[in-house]
Design a protein around this ligand. Sequence first.
Ligand SMILES: Nc1nc2c(ncn2[C@@H]2O[C@H](COP(=O)(O)OP(=O)(O)OP(=O)(O)O)[C@@H](O)[C@H]2O)c(=O)[nH]1
Ligand SMILES: [Mg+2]
Length: 235
Amino acid sequence: MDSPVSVTVGVPVYNEEELIRPNTLQLIAYLRERYDRVEIIIGSNGSTDGTVSLGEALADEIPEVRFFHLPNPGVGLAFRRFIEMARYERLVSMDMDLAVDLSFIDAAVRRLDSCDIVVGSKFSGSQKRSRFRRLGSEVFVGLASRILGIEFADFSIGAKAYRTSVVRRYASLISHGSSYVLDLVYYVHRDGGRAVQIPVACEDYRHSKFNLGREAIHKFANLARLWWRRHARVT
Ligand SMILES: Nc1nc2c(ncn2[C@@H]2O[C@H](COP(=O)(O)OP(=O)(O)OP(=O)(O)O)[C@@H](O)[C@H]2O)c(=O)[nH]1
Ligand SMILES: [Mg+2]
């Protein structure tokens, strides 16, 4: 690994007033202990609770924390902003509930020396999630790998890591919603980039901040769009 090591962590948030402060403090302590230069970018879309004022206060208080709030919904839009804002070449995405063990960050940062995307997979690792959500993800992953010919098993937004300069190339192509992860994995893989999968430990029993019905429609519709692009050879 080159030295010094610099890491940007992007955390999308929607109505996270309970967790934004304690979990950001936990995250910054983890990062400061390990890396020479770090930043945490927290990005909200449409939060209506105390998230925005707490996020702004964290950014005022902690030099490595940056915060933005976008009026429009769409976690993919927040991710685009992470790509634009990131100061460092290693960009790790984590959920605000820190549902995936933080050791993913360290493992991913090391892998990013030799690849473009690191997919943290709870399917090849361990997951404590409701049976309903496990099953929903399994169906989607199975279909995505058959339709797109990619062997990755987790397209959730958390616990993914990217080389910033590589994903910047695709910023204008990615979905405005949570399907941006599948988009990036697909495009980078298609264009000969290197994506690897590593197992993660995930414990997530809280209610999703997403509308799961709308999410399912969005994800399957985007999968159909990618399938069409692949077959029509659209770039
Ligand atoms: N910026 C932004 N963040 C969001 C939005 N919706 C959810 N989030 C954040 O995205 C992260 C993941 O949300 P969760 O509710 O934990 O997602 P989940 O349903 O557990 O996701 P899975 O891992 O796919 O099961 C959290 O940090 C949320 O606050 C959104 O519309 N915009
Ligand atoms: Mg979660």
